[in-house]
Write a protein that binds this ligand. Structure first.
Ligand SMILES: [Zn+2]
Length: 170
């Protein structure tokens, strides 16, 4: 989603801002099972910084992820603040020491909101999402088979407990 910011760049001293309130579709990545099944709501205010543009606001929507326990696909609401810095090319450092640049380039008269917002969303998603805090997981299916505890597993559990106690003691 590109936004024309020419007026902000030209009139940086006049306190001008641009308010964005829009729906944005987040395209799927082929190697990522985290998807956004419907467009997310983007509410940001763009303001000039002198070296570029600052986008500040929030994004809300639904993320579809795989539950870490039961492996079901579930939708999770996500609502996060966003703060994105854009720099005009002449203000961007040439040789950055930073491994990861935390700003984006102003492309001529435009900024692109899609990629930075997609990154904000993905970073905010939990690494191990649960469909429900009490999700019983895959155990629910095999529960009957494991009703009687396996003696080998029990011995292992006791051994682990002993080691833990020893580590605590030392
Ligand atoms: Zn689950």
């Amino acid at each position: 989603m590109k936004v024309r910011v020419q007026t902000l760049l030209e009139r940086a001293d006049f306190g001008e801002v641009i308010h964005i309130d829009a729906e944005m579709a987040i395209p799927e990545e082929t190697d990522d099972d985290r998807v956004f099944p419907e467009p997310v709501r983007v509410k940001v205010t763009l303001s000039p910084t002198g070296t570029g543009i600052l986008a500040r606001g929030e994004v809300a929507g639904l993320a579809r992820q795989t539950c870490a326990r039961c492996l079901q696909r579930c939708d999770f609401p996500v609502q996060i603040p966003v703060l994105i810095e854009y720099r005009i090319a002449s203000q961007a450092p040439r040789d950055s020491d930073e491994d990861v640049e935390d700003w984006f380039l102003v492309e001529g008269e435009y900024i692109d909101l899609l990629e930075p917002i997609r990154q904000h969303l993905l970073v905010a998603l939990p690494m191990k999402p649960l469909c429900d805090e009490d999700c019983a997981g895959l155990e629910r299916v095999t529960q009957d088979e494991e009703a009687t505890p396996d003696p080998r597993m029990q011995a292992l559990a006791e051994l682990r407990k002993k080691i833990e106690e020893q580590e605590k003691g030392g």
